[in-house]
Ligand binder design. Structure first.
Ligand code: ZN
Length: 413
């Protein structure tokens, strides 16, 4: 069993074939969720699954589960999956790789007539990208109960078409109640969408967790005045106070290494005039960490600093938290299965915490879950130039195969 390998060329050619549907002149893919192109992509993938002898279930939010039976029908399936919708200027690999890696695992098991005790399932989740309809990660979100089916159905695109209408139109409004589908364990392979693996020269990222994030809007209010006649000690300069806070955002992140992140990405200065002392500054704060307790301490540190700065400066400072997602630690058993498979196969590896969202975050709310990352060129994704090496995609798929087999267990003989 240790010698078992997937067929990298077949995986690559399936990826290239799927990428033809919605192919863009720059070499990317535009296949927005629940469009005619999405239907074609879904039909192609489910067609491949049928050829591989799999049965297909579609739920009421259009999530598709493709199943290869196990020898023990009472066991919940070991599942893998991702998404096949893309951004308007998306790439060939984001999401698609995770789904087709699953299909390749099944094809390999078929070739070698390997039976597993637990069923193997490959899923693609509806509207992961959130580009045409909000919220993002819609299918997996409904599945795990993060929001309701009605909420998802009522989402409309810019032309006023609803998710429900479009599901029906493309023939993927299924019967199964979302979530009424047991999962024994869930694995997702994905391009890293960041530069760490490439920078470190590693092939496989073992993903222990996805970062949590806290977003804030901050406003500092002072007083506009003429830059010449107003002496320094009589100013109420909102920008000088705001920059103190901005520096502290980065300092806080640095106090919580290695996964503390602090970013001020958006700044508006009023009135934004060369010879006027700024009267008001609005800016965003993005704090992240992989550990919820540390993320909370970062939050507390920032509020304390703002209180102090308010007192010292005498200026008005408002801060409002506008978004919060807790970190998502993956299940130790699944992380271990990925780590063991990687070591067994002899690939260079490191742990990579995900800074981006994935369907696996929602799957992790209802089942043990884990992820496998492979490098992508220059860490770029959500871009038509997104690129990945065939040998890396093959390696990630081999890790997936062995991790899934550990959970699904091979039937002897
Ligand atoms: Zn993705």
């Amino acid at each position: 069993m240790n010698e078992l390998r997937i067929n990298g060329e077949r995986l690559w050619s399936s990826l290239m074939e799927l990428a033809q549907i919605g192919a863009t002149p720059k070499g990317g893919v535009k296949r927005l969720t629940l469009t005619d192109l999405d239907r074609q992509g879904r039909d192609l993938v489910t067609g491949w699954a049928r050829e591989a002898g799999m049965s297909i279930t579609v739920d009421q939010i259009g999530n598709v589960f493709m199943r290869r039976e196990g020898s023990n029908p009472s066991l919940p399936p070991v599942m893998t999956g991702s998404h096949i919708d893309t951004q308007p200027t998306g790439g060939k690999f984001d999401g698609n790789y995770g789904v087709l890696a699953g299909i390749e695992v099944v094809r390999t098991l078929n070739d070698l007539r390997i039976r597993t005790e637990a069923p193997i399932e490959v899923a693609f989740w509806t509207n992961e990208e959130g580009s045409r309809f909000v919220p993002v990660m819609m299918g997996s979100g409904v599945f795990c109960g993060a929001f309701t089916l009605e909420h998802a159905y009522s989402a409309k695109d810019v032309e006023g078409k609803s998710v429900r209408e479009e599901l029906e139109r493309i023939g993927y409004l299924g019967d199964q109640v979302p979530g009424q589908h047991p999962i024994g364990a869930y694995f997702e392979t994905h391009i890293e969408q960041g530069p760490v693996l490439e920078d470190e020269g590693k092939v496989i990222g073992v993903v222990p967790a996805v970062m949590g994030l806290s977003w804030y809007d901050c406003t500092v209010s002072g007083m506009e005045a003429h830059a010449g006649p107003t002496p320094m000690h009589l100013r109420r300069d909102a920008l000088q106070v705001a920059t103190r806070i901005m520096q502290e955002v980065v300092a806080i992140a640095n106090r919580y290494p290695p996964y503390g992140r602090g970013t001020v990405g958006m700044v508006q200065v009023f009135p934004n005039s060369r010879n006027v002392i700024p009267g008001q500054v609005k800016f965003s704060i993005d704090l992240r960490n992989v550990n919820d307790e540390l993320l909370n301490r970062m939050h507390e540190d920032m509020l304390a600093f703002i209180d102090r700065t308010r007192g010292e400066s005498g200026l008005g400072i408002d801060i409002e938290r506008v978004s919060y997602y807790p970190p998502c630690p993956f299940h130790p058993d699944c992380v271990d299965a990925v780590r063991k498979a990687t070591e067994k196969l002899g690939y260079s590896t490191m742990d990579v915490v995900s800074g981006a969202g994935h369907d696996a975050i929602y799957a992790a709310r209802v089942a043990p879950a884990g992820m496998i990352f492979v490098p992508c060129k220059d860490g770029i994704s959500h871009n038509e130039i997104e690129d990945a090496k065939p040998e890396h995609l093959e390696a990630g798929c081999n890790v997936l195969l062995h991790a899934m087999l550990e959970r699904a267990r091979v039937v002897a003989g």
